[in-house]
Design a protein around this ligand. Structure first.
Ligand code: GCU
Length: 411
């Protein structure tokens, strides 16, 4: 079913708890055949059912074809007054020079061995991540943005370092972590172009005329690209312990981090920041952004089957607690911002709450709390959560919480 973008302007989000409809979530541990999973040995098969339903109904199926990707080191140096090593790796997705993704890696120079890392996609290019003049500008399509002085769809040097707090690279290095990040637009530009740009055409069979209803979209491609980033780390980055890489993302890229962690068990930890609708927030609450709104505004993010659930959340064979539970038994962290009601903080907390049974199969504790915690109070054992004051953004406070959680789980 096709989405109807013209209706987007008519949407009025609900921000009142009293207007949240009554709902029943699909049971996380109930198999498609009606029986219930009772122990951790039975989780992988149930997990495969959940992965399959979310692939076919929300993000689209990941391609099975292997591309002849090539990986090279394009630059190495130092940053942050000699505290960090910088590596810039390039992943070519085909034999051609484009599409290609540059992975910027900062790691602590004084480390005695391979360190744990955070890997995430950025919104506006690697050069925005730190005020480091040696970061290579992204080639190819670039999002226009007045704040970044870009109106010609090309990256420019004026926005170097604009997302410094968002990535807190120097802080991470000081804490003994590496940061690896790539620009999402190098995998797939964030525009609804009929899937003629980015990596999608590399997978399309000759004569392809349009997507099947369960064919992947842009979030699927971004998640796939994160796995190629992890491949690059495994192959070319001795500074990072590839078995201790947390995948992280904010907002649309937080939905992406959840989906990447779901599909690639090599990610040792998953962090999703204010991903909201289609990410960490329960769809059935219809609080803030809804499926109707997201699929009309951003139809290219998901597969077409997701449109079936526009204003029909009760008919969904899954909800977002099942997406986040695909992280289990790996450590999982979600954080929300109090002013970011569009992303439904309570809906994110409740998705985590309802993912706890998967962790319990492994004898692992979850949030340790049944209701939203007070502001600025990180909670949880193997499932972490915090709600901080303020708006839709990734702040230093957020990073401090992820680092504390990562120190506990990734050492
Ligand atoms: C929009 C969109 C959200 C998304 C956000 C972002 O607000 O509606 O679903 O998470 O953009 O990516 O910043």
């Amino acid at each position: 079913p096709a989405a109807t973008a013209s209706k987007t302007a008519a949407f009025t989000p609900n921000y009142e708890e009293t207007k949240v409809p009554a709902y029943t979530l699909p049971e996380l541990l109930r198999r498609n055949n009606g029986t219930v999973v009772e122990n951790k040995e039975q989780w992988p098969a149930r997990r495969a059912e959940i992965l399959d339903v979310i692939a076919s109904q929300q993000f689209g199926r990941m391609p099975t074809k292997q591309l002849p990707c090539r990986f090279t080191v394009v630059e190495e140096g130092e940053a942050f007054a000699g505290k960090a090593r910088r590596q810039q790796l390039r992943v070519f997705f085909s034999d051609a020079p484009q599409p290609a993704m540059d992975l910027l890696v900062y790691s602590p120079k004084n480390a005695s061995g391979p360190v744990p890392a955070f890997l995430g996609l950025n919104f506006h290019g690697n050069h925005t991540v730190a005020a480091d003049p040696d970061i290579i500008l992204a080639a190819g399509w670039y999002r226009n943005n007045a704040d970044y002085g870009v109106s010609d769809n090309k990256a420019n040097a004026a926005s170097r370092g604009k997302a410094t707090e968002t990535w807190s690279a120097e802080y991470l290095v000081e804490q003994g972590f590496a940061l690896a990040t790539a620009y999402c637009g190098s995998i797939d530009p964030d525009v609804d172009d009929g899937f003629h740009n980015g990596v999608h055409p590399l997978f399309q069979a000759p004569g392809w005329t349009g997507r099947a209803d369960d064919e992947w979209g842009t979030i699927g491609a971004w998640a796939w690209g994160l796995s190629r980033g992890l491949d690059a780390i495994e192959k070319l980055c001795p500074a990072i312990d590839a078995k201790r890489v947390a995948v992280i993302g904010h907002s649309r890229l937080g939905k992406t981090a959840l989906w990447a962690g779901a599909n690639d068990p090599r990610f040792a930890m998953i962090v999703s920041v204010q991903a909201g609708c289609g990410g960490g927030a329960l769809a059935r609450r219809r609080f803030g952004e809804t499926i109707w709104r997201i699929t009309t505004a951003f139809p290219h993010w998901f597969c077409q089957n997701y449109n079936r659930y526009q204003d029909a959340e009760a008919t969904m064979p899954f909800d977002q607690h099942m997406l986040v539970a695909l992280a289990a038994p790996r450590p999982l962290y979600i954080s929300s911002a109090a002013d970011d009601l569009w992303a439904d903080p309570k809906g994110e907390f409740l998705a985590l709450k309802n993912a706890e049974p998967a962790y319990a199969l492994f004898g692992k504790n979850g949030l340790g709390r049944d209701v939203l915690p007070p502001l600025n109070t990180p909670i949880g054992d193997n499932i972490g959560y915090h709600l901080r004051p303020g708006k839709h953004a990734v702040t230093r406070y957020d990073w401090e919480a992820y680092v504390a959680f990562a120190k506990k789980h990734l050492g």
